[in-house]
Design a protein around this ligand. Structure first.
Ligand code: ASP
Length: 371
């Protein structure tokens, strides 16, 4: 897949607004905060120029994060802290009943109960906060922020997280919208085939599940919003919030609230986040790994690809592999470096991300590791 990478850059660069790219020529002489990898040096020798990076604030988010990057950028320009800016951004998506991957209107677990996961991290203090499997609170990212600021803990789960949120004045409400309830009911009708309690044989049938759901028109599977920002002072903040895997076993926690898996910030280096199959991201410490790759000198997109390659190399279960031996699930990684450089890559085609460079917000394709 190394050959694919060179194409990947071309794909993304075609998508980049031409004015922004030309502006990059002007900034290309500015030294990068971090070292250049031999791979990047080789590409530059072939005429490739570093991805443009901004002098001002930059916000990156998952494909469903267009309103989030716009809001977060407004907040940053008003002088908000990056972690407050990204939480303000994702709150809009958590509140949107039509985004069934997060917050209010998110798809429920197998019992028809919406359980949400979220985490936040503040670069300058290296503090983190998270909640997992929290019920009846539509903005788990804001609760995660309280965990970070108002406790000595990092992660609070389940009933404890709900009690904590209520103590902080969050309002309890039913998060299951009619749309999500109907989707869940439809799924329930196919329960034997589609539940998460699998024996060995059923594991092998699992591939077909997403296809069946698609044929039946049942909203299915993964969905999350990740958002990370760097402000003009080069401080970072990040957040990931989700309703997690749809129809999951109650209590199942994905990667989103796990610091280092679904989200991580090192204020000296950058931020990273993930969406997609949370189990794979937890098993790879995906966001931490991606930040480490940037610290070692990789460009953000290369760092994302390297983590995805690591996940692919460590995926051993037959039910998770195609006949060609490649993962049959998607994971999308997002990376934002301290200097404002950004990138995203996905395991399979179809991943997208959004970016706001201070001038405009755009939605771009993530570079796939596998075709
Ligand atoms: N990563 C999330 C989880 O596994 C879901 C997603 O991103 O779609 O809970």
């Amino acid at each position: 897949m190394a050959g694919r990478r060179a194409c990947g850059y071309a794909v993304v660069m075609n998508d980049i607004d031409r004015r922004t790219f030309l502006a990059a020529g002007a900034t290309a002489a500015v030294p990068l905060v971090l070292g250049t990898s031999p791979a990047a040096a080789a590409r530059e020798a072939r005429g490739w120029r570093p991805r443009p990076f901004a002098a001002g604030p930059v916000v990156i988010s998952s494909g469903n994060g267009l309103p989030a990057v716009i809001k977060a950028m407004e907040e940053l320009k008003r002088g908000a802290d990056p972690v407050d800016a990204v939480v303000a951004g994702v709150t809009l998506v958590e509140d949107d009943p039509n985004d069934m991957s997060v917050g209010y209107g998110g798809l429920p677990n197998e019992d028809g109960v919406v359980q949400l996961d979220a985490s936040v991290m503040h670069g300058p203090t290296h503090k983190a906060g998270a909640v997992a499997a929290i019920e009846n609170i539509r903005n788990p990212a804001q609760v995660a922020l309280r965990v970070m600021r108002r406790t000595d803990h990092v992660l609070i789960v389940g009933a404890g997280a709900l009690a904590f949120a209520k103590a902080h004045g969050f309002r309890e409400e039913n998060l299951l919208t009619e749309q999500a309830r109907e989707a869940w009911l439809k799924w329930k009708e196919n329960l034997n085939r589609d539940d998460d309690w699998l024996n060995d044989e059923q594991h092998l049938e699992r591939d077909a599940r997403a296809e069946i759901a698609e044929q039946l028109g049942i909203p299915w599977h993964y969905g999350t919003i990740h958002c990370a920002a760097v402000n003009a002072d080069r401080n970072l903040g990040a957040c990931t919030t989700t309703s997690g895997l749809s129809y999951k076993i109650p209590g199942r926690v994905g990667d989103s609230p796990i610091v280092g898996a679904g989200m991580f910030v090192d204020n000296e280096v950058g931020a990273a986040g993930a969406t997609g199959r949370g189990e794979a991201v937890i098993q790879s410490c995906g966001a931490f790994q991606t930040v480490q790759h940037m610290a070692a000198g990789l460009e953000p997109q290369e760092a994302c690809l390297k983590t995805l390659k690591w996940i692919a190399d460590h995926t051993k279960r037959r039910s998770l592999l195609t006949s060609a031996g490649r993962p049959n699930f998607n994971v999308t990684m997002y990376a934002l470096r301290k200097d404002g450089a950004w990138g995203s890559a996905s395991m399979l085609p179809g991943g997208t991300f959004t970016i706001h460079d201070g001038t405009e917000a755009r939605r771009l394709r993530s570079t796939p590791l596998f075709e």
